[in-house]
Ligand binder design. Structure first.
Ligand SMILES: NC(=O)c1ccc[n+]([C@@H]2O[C@H](COP(=O)([O-])OP(=O)(O)OC[C@H]3O[C@@H](n4cnc5c(N)ncnc54)[C@H](OP(=O)(O)O)[C@@H]3O)[C@@H](O)[C@H]2O)c1
Length: 278
């Protein structure tokens, strides 16, 4: 099977590298195209054997499975370019949350799915969020699951939950890194702990916590219970964090959903403009 990637930015490249690293795809079965060709060529240097196409049409024609890895605002342009060559037997996988499956199915003849990946796949871990479209048979769905099992823990989700699930699985690594960075800065500012020490402590702590959750049978709740003995320092800290973070995370979901609605609206408008032109 040949795999095509349209868009080799941050996530397009991340996916190609993860699939190659996991041996799920052979480099000489991968064809990529990117608006700025240099970026695709840099990826080809990192993954020798992959083919850089001259344009998206070539990628779409030659691949059995086409990954669309462009931002919401660039979708319409890409769909306009490839819609005449996409065949009903081809898989088309979009990784963009505010582009709805029904819109893609209206514009392309292929078997459409939406998959929201995560930067964690670079470490062959994290959840990939799978939403097979209406043209996916049980066999197609199984194939998709197996493909993403090579680089992640796939999880089926309802398209209506795409944003919330993406906030946790996909934006999550950045959000968590930000919280840890702020915590580190506070340690330096409030206590005078050397920055290098603070950074190292936090990094090792988060690696260890991940192992406890993944390998040692802990849950988020049992971890807190185990460390926070009654009357101890940790318990005091947890009270403060509950008060501070609950409104903050509520606001975070409201904010990401607002931005999602704006993007969705813009994408739908661009599709309507495209239909009027036809
Ligand atoms: N980054 C993540 O962690 C992540 C996670 C899950 C989902 N996603 C989704 O993945 C999508 C891409 O995100 P990203 O972070 O990879 O963005 P990005 O780094 O900006 O990459 C987008 C790429 O698309 C290319 N592009 C734009 N128009 C094109 C066209 N007409 N033909 C070919 N290539 C084109 C851009 O080329 P240029 O080099 O010319 O700009 C750029 O390299 C977004 O919808 C995002 O929501 C991202």
């Amino acid at each position: 099977m040949k795999f095509g990637f349209i868009g080799t930015g941050s996530m397009g490249s991340n996916l190609v590298q993860a699939f190659v690293q996991s041996y799920a795809m052979q480099p000489d079965h991968i064809i990529v195209s990117n608006r700025t060709r240099d970026k695709a060529e840099r990826l080809a240097l990192d993954c020798p054997g992959i083919h850089v196409a001259d344009h998206n049409l070539e990628t779409a024609r030659k691949a059995d499975c086409i990954f669309l890895c462009v931002k919401p605002g660039d979708f319409r342009h890409v769909l306009d370019e490839i819609q005449d060559v996409v065949r009903p037997d081809q898989y088309v996988i979009s990784i963009t949350s505010p582009v709805m499956i029904r819109d893609l199915e209206e514009h392309l003849e292929g078997k459409i799915a939406k998959v929201i990946p995560s930067i964690c796949h670079a470490a062959l871990s994290g959840n990939s969020l799978l939403i097979p479209g209406t043209r996916f048979s049980d066999e197609d769905t199984q194939w998709l699951y197996q493909l993403f099992s090579c680089i992640s823990e796939p999880l089926y989700i309802d398209e209506a939950h795409t944003r919330a699930a993406s906030d946790l699985a996909s934006c999550g690594p950045a959000f968590l890194a930000n919280i840890l960075e702020q915590w580190t800065r506070a340690a330096v500012k409030v206590t005078g702990l050397p920055e290098e020490t603070a950074v190292s402590l936090v990094e090792q702590m988060v690696i260890g916590t991940g192992k406890l959750l993944s390998e040692n049978g802990f849950t988020l709740q049992s971890l807190q219970d185990r460390v926070a003995v009654p009357g101890g320092i940790t318990r005091e800290g947890l009270h403060l964090l509950n008060d501070a973070f609950t409104p903050c995370f509520t606001r975070l979901f409201q904010l990401t959903h607002m931005k999602f609605s704006e993007d969705l609206h813009k994408v739908q408008q661009s599709f309507q403009r495209a239909e009027k032109k036809l």
